[in-house]
Design a protein around this ligand. Structure first.
Ligand code: GLA
Length: 595
């Protein structure tokens, strides 16, 4: 049987030195009908390996569910990697960071406060054991030692950057993960990765596991730091950051192809192995994006283009060609290069039907999940792990102002259905003036993505803490979890109103619907100028959030979702639009970059 080992100086594949030249490609960020195309293009760039994380919460949306089908068919993804003649590296977490909702840790795990986050904690470890028992057989049977593509498996992720855990507990926790991994038949080498400095590398690993480092510049310097912590064996950069992620409200991040290429050249010239993070970023489809909060809460955009060599829609970029040329200096690269995709179809869509969210609450809420309580429950109390909850209570004429301790992450405040303001975690906007009349107060609270890095991982969402007015603390709350991620499917019986150009404008959260014909199977780029913020679906598939905050100016619509006729575009617009029109444009607009 084939072998993959960590030698004195090199990785050894069947006993021979093997330089891993890998690229990250997350199956969970790419439509499954496009997996083979993206993998093939990785081979054409000269990569010999594909690396993917596994997000636990993507496979286990509830404690008693585990889904490995369709978009979640990791086995099929790894088989496609093998079919292309490539190897694989798998990083199953349990924590993955990755700008993914909660860093991949399921919110249900922390809802009752009994499981420690990334600690040697019985409840946490027991849940990981169950996760691994469901997932790892898929990986185990595809290890190189059984004739499959999987060379290595990572344990945890940049654990050295996680604060607040004593050194001895770190060791016990990582050892427990190793035992749980080995118990599922994983026999290939295990490794850890950490940011390339002494503190992180010394806190994040185990003496018996191979250490690797993450960085995106100054390769030789960083390899020297890694060498201090990993005195023998191959050097590997597990995350060679060749681009960066985007957050709503900031600029679109880009890195110069020639700088990235020079740093990669240094790395490969030193004989080190590498995993480009990312080779192809893809999209945060649905409600899957994470967020950072280092004092300012910054959710990640729907696009995870990452300024990676292969763009969000699978086009080779200048960086693709630059990195391919560098790889060709060190390893064989196929002659073929991927073709540029044709411009996407351009068309206008009139969203000629609409219905206010208020009018369809019964259809989009779990009918039995209304909860009345003195204090507002968190979303996690309601077992709502993402999306929206509608909170309601009464206000009096002299309440004057609404003040919240903290809302995670954004609330549209209305009185008797009329919008009166917004509470927003990003801008620390915690108060809204109220009209001087009694009425029903509602807060439509949106979880904009669970924090994926640092000590806030595992925190609850929704209204957290008391909500006051100028005169009192508000009580007698009703809270209704909404199933907006699947809203179009729930709205088939809704009474949609005509909403052509002559219809009276509306303000406040509303669904808008239009149909269009186009080129079946072609990628599209949805442009929503004049719209504010919300969610967008094509043919019932939630593409993700759009926001006029930018930077991203278009939403990527994967070609496999598009038919020749009868396509349905649905928007949930949270504020209001200038005109009921959307446009599909020829190319993506990822937004302004730093000057
Ligand atoms: C770290 C993490 C990754 C990702 C990158 C930034 O290296 O390990 O999961 O979050 O940062 O994109």
């Amino acid at each position: 049987m084939p072998t993959f080992e960590i030698g004195e100086r090199d990785f050894l594949l069947d006993g021979r030195p093997f330089q891993v030249i890998s690229g990250a490609l997350h199956y969970f960020r790419v439509h499954p009908d496009q997996w083979a195309d993206r993998i093939r293009k990785a081979r054409l760039m000269g990569l010999n390996t594909i690396e993917t994380y596994v997000p636990w919460n993507f496979h286990a949306p509830e404690p008693d569910e585990f889904d490995l089908a369709g978009r979640r068919d990791l086995g099929r993804f790894l088989d496609l990697v093998a079919a292309e003649g490539l190897r694989a590296v798998v990083r199953p977490g349990p924590y993955i960071c990755a700008e993914w909702d909660g860093g991949g840790l399921p919110a249900w795990l922390f809802a009752d406060g009994s499981a420690g986050v990334r600690r040697h904690d019985p409840a946490f470890l027991e849940a990981i054991g169950t996760y691994y028992a469901h997932l790892l057989p898929v990986v185990a049977e595809r290890q190189v030692t059984r004739g499959g593509p999987v060379l290595m498996v990572q344990v945890e992720n940049e654990y050295g950057a996680y604060p607040g855990v004593p050194a001895d507990e770190r060791t016990r926790y990582l050892r427990a993960l190793v035992d749980l991994t080995r118990a599922q038949g994983i026999d290939v080498p295990l490794f850890t990765c950490d940011q390339a400095d002494d503190e992180h590398l010394s806190l994040g690993g185990l003496p018996e596991l191979h250490k690797t480092a993450n960085f995106g510049s100054r390769s030789l310097e960083r390899l020297a730091v890694l060498r201090r912590h990993q005195p023998t064996g191959p050097l590997m950069c597990t995350e060679f950051w060749d681009g960066w992620f985007d957050s709503w409200g900031l600029e679109h991040h880009v890195t110069a192809p020639e700088t990235t290429a020079a740093d990669l050249d240094d790395l490969l010239g030193a004989g080190a192995s590498v995993n480009l993070y990312m080779f192809h970023g893809g999209s945060n489809l649905g409600l899957t994006n994470g967020a950072n909060d280092k004092g300012t809460y910054l959710p990640i955009t729907t696009s995870y283009d990452y300024d990676a060599p292969l763009s969000e829609h699978g086009a080779p970029t200048a960086k693709f060609h630059a990195l391919r040329a560098v790889i060709a200096k060190h390893a064989p690269v196929p002659d073929e290069v991927p073709v540029e995709p044709a411009p996407a179809p351009e068309l206008d869509v009139v969203l000629d039907r609409r219905v206010a969210l208020d009018g369809v609450l019964d259809l989009v809420s779990g009918r039995t999940s209304r909860t009345s309580s003195a204090q507002p429950p968190t979303m996690d109390d309601l077992r709502q792990w993402s999306g929206f909850v509608l909170y309601g209570t009464r206000v009096a004429a002299d309440d004057a102002v609404l003040v919240a301790d903290e809302v995670r992450d954004r609330a549209l405040v209305a009185v008797d259905g009329d919008p009166v303001g917004v509470l927003d975690r990003t801008t620390h906007a915690w108060s809204v003036p109220l009209p001087r009349r009694a009425g029903t107060l509602t807060l439509l609270v949106e979880d904009r993505g669970r924090v994926n890095y640092g000590p806030r991982i595992g925190e609850p969402k929704g209204i957290v803490g008391p909500v006051r007015t100028a005169t009192r603390e508000l009580t007698d709350w009703e809270a209704v979890p909404l199933r907006l991620d699947v809203a179009p499917g729930l709205l088939t019986d809704a009474v949609w109103q005509p909403a052509g150009d002559d219809a009276a404008p509306v303000a406040g959260p509303s669904f808008h619907r239009g149909t269009f014909g186009s080129v079946a199977g072609a990628d599209h780029f949805l442009r929503l100028d004049g719209w504010s913020r919300g969610l967008a679906w094509v043919n019932g598939e939630l593409l993700g959030r759009y926001s006029g905050q930018g930077p991203t100016g278009t939403v990527y619509v994967p070609g496999p979702l598009v038919r020749a006729e009868g396509n349905e575009l649905v928007l949930l617009e949270l504020h209001g639009a200038a005109a009921p029109r959307a446009r599909f444009v020829a190319a993506p607009d990822l937004g302004p970059t730093e000057a």
